[in-house]
Design a protein around this ligand. Sequence first.
Ligand code: SAM
Length: 307
Amino acid sequence: MDSAVEKLFYFLDNKTADLQQQSGLSYLESLQQTLEKWLDGEAAPTGAYGKEEIRKAVQLTVLKGMKEHVQPHHQMTPDSIGLLISYFAELFIKAESFTVLDPAAGTGNLLLTVMNYLDGRTAGTAVEIDELLIRLAAATAELTDQPVTFYRQDALGPLLVDPADAIVADLPVGYYPDEETAAGYRLTSSEGMPYAHHLFIEQSLRHTKEGGYLFLVIPQNLFESAEAQNLHRFLKDSAHIQAVLQLPEAMVKNSAFAKSVLILQKAGDGVKAPREVLLARVPNLSNKTAMAKFFQQTDEWFRSSKQ
Ligand code: SAM
């Protein structure tokens, strides 16, 4: 571990554990208060820390807290996926500055990984239903000095957010129980409860500008489910699939399900489909030669299919 990250992690962990003992709150609630105290200047670490050092140290403490309270639906997006998405966002988006929306922001780790990677070029919006997670995300955004506007709400309900240039999201997977809200979606199910992850794709596209890009972490079997045909038809009408990247197991080791990254471009006037969709398996990050080859192939695909 980077020594500055380690130092900061121990600072946050000690303060959090002390607070937890005094207050009887959970570790994550105590961490949230520790971050607030840091922001207020009440208990700040000594020394200066960079944005990535702060994000990584907070991430490690959140992961420790999540072990205490296993929450399978709130899992933080690991750095490896965040960095892969950052690389693709930089490849696809050439604008000097742009807006990015994460409608399922959780702890903010994915959004802030991307914003730190493209530092200074992005303004963010985050939506999250869980009160504690969004507070943790808001404190981390402030500590890392990233401009993010937060909305605590059901992201599938009416969303008063301007369309963004880009969406990044690690989609919550499962059923969505609010039938009334789901009825307003083309991707609602004809029988039984609809899939939340399908509705999230539709909602994300509604909140993307024409020609904007979406970088979505999806279950690998997305196009094989009972509702897949409906999803295919919807995507054909509203977007151009750019890439489907199958993630190696090691990248999603905390998850029971295999994942991929789906990259879409919202359809619009003058927006052309790529000559070919990039279908690839992402190698293990530890295999440097395979990763270098993967990035080289991606660059070649981009030059031949997108330009
Ligand atoms: N990218 C996040 C991070 O790095 O922490 C993790 C996202 S996690 C896989 C999915 C998130 O979606 C969870 O935090 C969950 O609370 C949130 N979520 C689930 N249903 C939601 C809804 N209807 N509206 C808003 N957020 C929702």
